[in-house]
Design a protein around this ligand. Structure first.
Ligand code: ADP
Ligand code: MN
Length: 516
């Protein structure tokens, strides 16, 4: 879907169906965000657009559905809708399984085979079921308990006197809705609910109808361009479900907009809600970092995590999807270490799979500017420099971490001080490339502040020594780097020989200190 193109229209789109107006992620009220919420809201938008189209295509059906049957608008059936959709998915899966059996039967051992793939209901990204979806099933009602189906007479009511039951009756209406599912497109499997006494509320029925319609269109779209990866966007249906749950549970009040879309992550702003547990306080404003589930971008970052002994054992056993979750996990652990050391950085709120919620650095939906985008007075510039020098030392000594992507792009200026962000790639100094990463960080910081007119700024080699406590004496970059690599090599050899890492480096001629 062209999420960017339709984004601007989203907040102005016409009124949605009744259940939508109740949803906490309904039409956003703010438009001040730099980037649209299309990714998150696209489902809503899609539904609105479909409703419009449907109104044109099937006027009588819609009129009937919106007629006297609408019961209380205050009933929030959003979770029923979810249930219905999950149920639908289940039917689709069964249908596909049957299709596969038939396909197998027809093809047998024949060298030439016929594929039924185009007739399948469940498309690639749906078919990868995860443990997360299980909890939907647990809350599912059992529709198989029903009595005999009851027919509704054409005249719209049954009974006499005060026992009269009209078509407005919820139960009657529910049954009618169930029967009307027969009118959905023939390919849309509605299961055998029609044959039993299943009562669908109007909201659920309407939403299901739209779902049927959208499934049809999606199916057609997918057949057209199957080669395009559906996981290209960070906010795929699974992510959206995770975000929905966060809003639904009340942990987040609203997700207002997207702050940043990078190659590896998308960051959203949200207003915090209430925590389920008393001891935890959700910050008033949160940043949600969604690690992209596109695998390509992460390939070149393997080196950060593959050699990190904390993750090494697990790395080889994991599939790419899980590896992406480890990035989020790593960011969480690293932020926690920094928080404990008192380094200004976002505070972790919660981690769910590849989605990390943290406190928002900024105010009223406006993120704090990056150091590269802010013009500081000479005094503030100098203050920022010394603060960063201090933070780099704390990071190295107290957190046992090297940022590994430190630059004016990952430092925010907020409340008169510098905040460090983006630490998913941070590693421990004894990582096989840890010191090289530190040297690169030092180069970025030195250059930024030297260019920014801070006369006191150390050069990259001095800064490296100041942070690491090492005493590498080479007076040129090439030799300096050679010494760094020699140290890393020494550590690697030690690991090879002793199966143990060095806890710290030393180049003072003292024996290295090992972890016992
Ligand atoms: P990336 O890997 O995409 O660079 P970052 O963690 O650097 O991911 O986040 C991207 C951008 O999102 C940042 O440059 C910053 O502008 C914004 N951002 C990220 N986290 C926060 C936060 N906690 N508070 C405010 N803005 C944030
Ligand atoms: Mn960044």
């Amino acid at each position: 879907m062209d999420s960017v193109g339709v984004a601007a229209a989203a907040p102005d789109a016409g009124p949605g169906p009744a259940w939508q107006s109740k949803c906490p992620w309904g039409a956003p009220s703010t438009t001040s965000i730099s980037c649209s919420l299309a990714d998150v809201m696209s489902e809503q938008l899609a539904k609105e657009l479909q409703l419009e189209e449907e109104n044109a295509a099937f006027p009588e059906v819609v009129a009937a559905a919106e007629g006297p049957f609408i019961t209380g608008e205050n009933i929030d059936t959003s979770s029923d809708l979810m249930l219905a959709q999950m149920l639908q998915m289940e039917f689709d899966r069964e249908y596909d399984a049957q299709l596969r059996r038939e396909e197998k039967k027809i093809n047998g051992d024949s060298k030439v085979s016929i594929s039924f793939e185009n007739y399948r209901k469940v498309h690639p990204y749906d078919s990868d079921s995860s443990e997360d979806e299980v909890d939907w099933q647990d809350t599912r009602h059992d529709p198989y308990r029903a009595d005999k189906p009851t027919t509704t007479p054409r005249r719209g009511f049954i009974g006499k006197g005060k026992d009269i039951t009209t078509k407005h009756d919820e139960v009657v209406c529910g049954r009618k809705n169930t029967a009307r599912m027969e009118n959905f497109a023939p390919e849309f499997q509605v299961g055998d609910g029609i044959g039993m006494d299943l009562k669908l509320s109007n909201q659920v029925f309407n939403a299901l109808k739209q779902h049927a319609y959208s499934e049809e269109r999606r199916s057609a779209r997918l057949h057209e361009k199957k080669e395009h990866s559906t996981a290209e966007k960070a906010v795929d249906p699974k992510t959206r479900l995770l975000l929905y749950k966060m809003v639904n549970s009340g942990m987040l009040e609203t997700i207002t907009g997207c702050i940043s879309t990078g190659k590896e992550s998308v960051v959203f702003h949200a207003y915090g809600g209430k925590s389920a547990t008393e001891d935890k306080v959700i910050p008033p404003e949160c940043a949600i970092k969604v690690f992209k589930t596109t695998l390509n971008e992460f390939k070149n970052r393997d080196k950060y995590i593959k050699d990190d002994y904390r993750f090494k054992d697990r790395f080889s056993k994991l599939n790419p999807r899980k590896i992406i979750r480890m990035w989020a996990e790593k960011e969480m652990h690293n932020l926690t270490r920094m928080q404990n050391a008192g380094i200004p950085c976002p505070q972790v709120v919660i981690l769910k799979k590849h989605v990390l919620v943290m406190s928002f650095i900024g105010q009223d939906q406006v993120p704090a500017p990056k150091l590269k985008d802010v013009t500081l007075s000479n005094e503030d510039m100098k203050k920022a420099y010394y603060q960063i020098l201090n933070m780099m030392q704390q990071l190295y000594r107290e957190c046992n971490l090297v940022h590994a992507d430190l630059s004016e792009y990952n430092m925010l200026w907020h409340d008169g001080k510098v905040w460090l962000i983006d630490v998913s790639q941070s590693v421990e100094p004894t990582h096989p490339h840890g010191l090289e990463f530190l040297f690169r960080d030092c180069r970025n910081v030195s250059q930024f502040f030297q260019k920014g007119g801070v006369a006191e700024a150390l050069n990259e080699r001095e800064l490296f020594n100041a942070v690491s406590g090492l005493n590498i004496t080479a007076d040129n970059e090439v030799d300096f780097q050679a010494e760094i690599e020699a140290l890393e090599k020494m550590n690697e050899n030690h690991v090879q020989n002793h199966g143990k890492k060095l806890s710290t480096f030393s180049s003072d001629g003292d024996p290295p200190i090992y972890d016992e």
